[in-house]
Design a binder for this molecule. Structure first.
Ligand SMILES: Cc1cc2nc3c(=O)[nH]c(=O)nc-3n(C[C@H](O)[C@H](O)[C@H](O)COP(=O)(O)OP(=O)(O)OC[C@H]3O[C@@H](n4cnc5c(N)ncnc54)[C@H](O)[C@@H]3O)c2cc1C
Length: 548
């Protein structure tokens, strides 16, 4: 087989370690890609800015952090042995257990020997003459490879709110995605949480269990629905282990890679009583059923969506004692499911506690963070701890934080300034040999993510094998293939109601300059259609790509 090693650069070049492939990121994606490419006999090095494996589950250690995916549907499916050996303890595992799982995987397959930790990739540049990528690390260090594979995460570039005085606060302050490794004590403390997205909805009830006083600053409420987590008993454990093949098959057939799949009926086809009973059933069941397993038109038809929206609004009103607080917690500017649905455990009841206060920052905007706390237009609050649950620059943020340059120095960030353009969400015209796992326009962005990660990685691995077998070492999509895929991404999303709403699904982040215009980031055509398209492309000799 021909080698993938890049040609040797001239003698006066900066020395760089050389590999067949470099992977950036050691989360679920990077770990599995490393495992697969090593089996192909390629030399591979992973560069990870964190101190260990796990990605999302390494960084997000805040109290309450856990899956919204069923644990047994989230783990890797590629190894029978791993499936036999690992036992999930809860239906929706908490972060410590998931991190233990990923450490177990890293140990089992000896992944760490090919990973460099505490190593942030700052730059990546493609050299046309050598047909290779050179990466430069923050604080020095350089490496080179024929292929560059990004596994940098859809939700890994955290954002802080755009508020004056953040650095002036004299108490303790934490962003949820950079939570300390030691426990934080909230007893007798005055704590502020800024943000009410999926992370905050997990965090707030946990903090409220022991806090002295908690103040939540909310800009926009979400429709949160019950997780109904519980431990996995022995009988269920045996059923899961015996039923993995069916679980993964069910996920493979479903729109979003979950064990929940849409009901084939339309919402207005059934009687109001039948609809109500169905919503009640889903609301009482674990996981994303109300969002992913509902009538097939609730996310595309406004009248259908109104039925479930009214139902969830009513539930909020029933669970929050104070009608004014309930009203503040009820979204009025979008319908259910058109933004990320946070899963909750006692979230609404938290606001019935005497020591919990909800501040709507539309009524009293935050003016600044002060050394003692937070000043709004009408009140000065004093705090011991401020928690920023302000989320991420989703999907493209981690790309923008690396200076990625194609031939002739073309910047990827500039190329994507008006929104990403890709082929299959896996490659970009003008950027040869750059492969983007869980990148924009990839089904993994709207999926029970590991199910789509495995598809992405397997596809990239098959491509590597194909290129070796055919003696080619350069691949890049044609402009036409990219234009067609990008248009398809827009078309398949356009029918969904979420495209008419501002949220991170549409690339909106009010904390970041340049993130106020809606952009198409997700592939909403469904995981099965995406997989079929990727398979067809491969079966047709990787149509849409040019090899060299
Ligand atoms: C709190 C939370 C809960 C979630 N729950 C679910 C869930 O229930 N179900 C679900 O499907 N998905 C969930 N997700 C999404 C989750 O991100 C994915 O499931 C999955 O972990 C993504 O894996 P990944 O390897 O692609 O990315 P990540 O896990 O984000 O890993 C990317 C890694 O790349 C590293 N990196 C990034 N840039 C650089 C750089 N320049 N140099 C070096 N290293 C870099 C990061 O440090 C990180 O370790 C959740 C996300 C969050 C934040």
């Amino acid at each position: 087989m021909p080698s993938f090693q890049a040609k040797t650069p001239s003698a006066n070049a900066v020395p760089a370690a050389q590999y067949d492939a470099i992977i950036i990121g050691a989360g679920m994606s990077g770990m599995y890609q490393l495992y697969r490419l090593r089996l192909l006999g390629m030399s591979v090095r992973v560069f990870e800015s964190g101190g260990d494996v796990g990605g999302t589950w390494y960084w997000n250690r805040y109290p309450g952090a856990r899956f919204d995916s069923e644990s047994y549907s989230y783990g890797y499916s590629f190894s029978e042995e791993l499936l036999k050996e690992w036992e999930w303890q809860e239906h929706f595992s908490a972060q410590p257990e998931t991190l233990r799982y990923l450490n177990f995987v890293a140990d089992k397959f000896d992944l760490r020997s090919d990973i460099e930790f505490n190593c942030r990739v700052a730059k990546a540049a493609y050299d046309e003459a050598l047909n290779c990528w050179t990466i430069d690390m923050d604080g020095g260090g350089r490496a080179r490879a024929r292929f560059l594979i990004t596994a940098i995460g859809p939700l890994s570039a955290s954002t802080m709110p755009n508020i004056d005085g953040v650095d002036s606060f004299q108490g303790a302050a934490f962003h949820t995605s950079a939570w300390p490794h030691e426990p934080v004590d909230f007893a007798n403390k005055r704590v502020a949480v800024i943000g009410t997205g999926a992370t905050a909805v997990q965090l707030i009830p946990e903090v409220a269990k022991t806090v002295g006083h908690l103040t939540v600053f909310q800009r926009r409420p979400n429709y949160c629905t019950p997780l109904h987590n519980r431990p996995i008993d022995d009988e269920t454990q045996s059923g899961i282990k015996a039923g993995y093949a069916e679980i993964f098959e069910k996920c493979a057939k479903s729109y979003g890679g979950f064990i929940h799949d849409v009901d084939r009926r339309k919402a207005l086809e059934v009687s109001p009583e039948e609809r109500e009973a169905f919503f009640e059933k889903l609301y009482g069941e674990p996981g994303f059923g109300l969002w992913m397993g509902n009538f097939r038109d609730i996310l595309v038809d406004q009248d259908a969506n109104d039925t479930i929206t009214q139902f969830v609004r009513r539930k909020i009103g029933e669970r929050v004692t104070d009608p004014d607080v309930a009203e503040k917690l009820t979204p009025r500017d979008h319908g259910f499911g058109t933004r990320r649905v946070p899963m909750e455990t006692g979230y609404y009841e938290t606001y019935n506690q005497d020591n919990v206060l909800l501040v709507d920052i539309n009524d009293s905007p935050i003016k600044r963070i002060t050394p003692q706390g937070i000043e709004t237009s009408d009140t000065r609050y004093e705090f011991d701890i401020i928690i920023y649950a302000t989320g991420f620059d989703a999907i493209t943020g981690a790309f923008d934080r690396i200076d990625i340059r194609g031939p002739g120095g073309q910047s990827l960030k500039e190329k994507w300034a008006d929104g990403p353009k890709t082929y299959l969400g896996l490659q970009i015209e003008g950027f040869p040999n750059l492969l983007t796992l869980v990148g924009p326009h990839n089904a993994a962005t709207f999926c029970n993510i590991p199910r789509c990660i495995e598809q992405n990685v397997d596809w990239v691995t098959d491509l590597m094998r194909y290129m070796k077998d055919n003696g080619v070492s350069r691949i890049v999509p044609t402009a036409q293939a990219q234009d067609e895929w990008t248009a398809h991404v827009h078309d398949s999303a356009a029918r969904l109601l979420f495209t008419k709403v501002d949220s991170w699904f549409m690339g909106i982040n009010s904390n970041l300059p340049g993130r106020q215009k809606r952009r198409f980031l997700l592939y909403a055509g469904g995981a099965p259609a995406y997989r079929e398209k990727c398979n067809d492309v491969a079966a047709n000799g990787y149509e849409g790509f040019e090899f060299g």
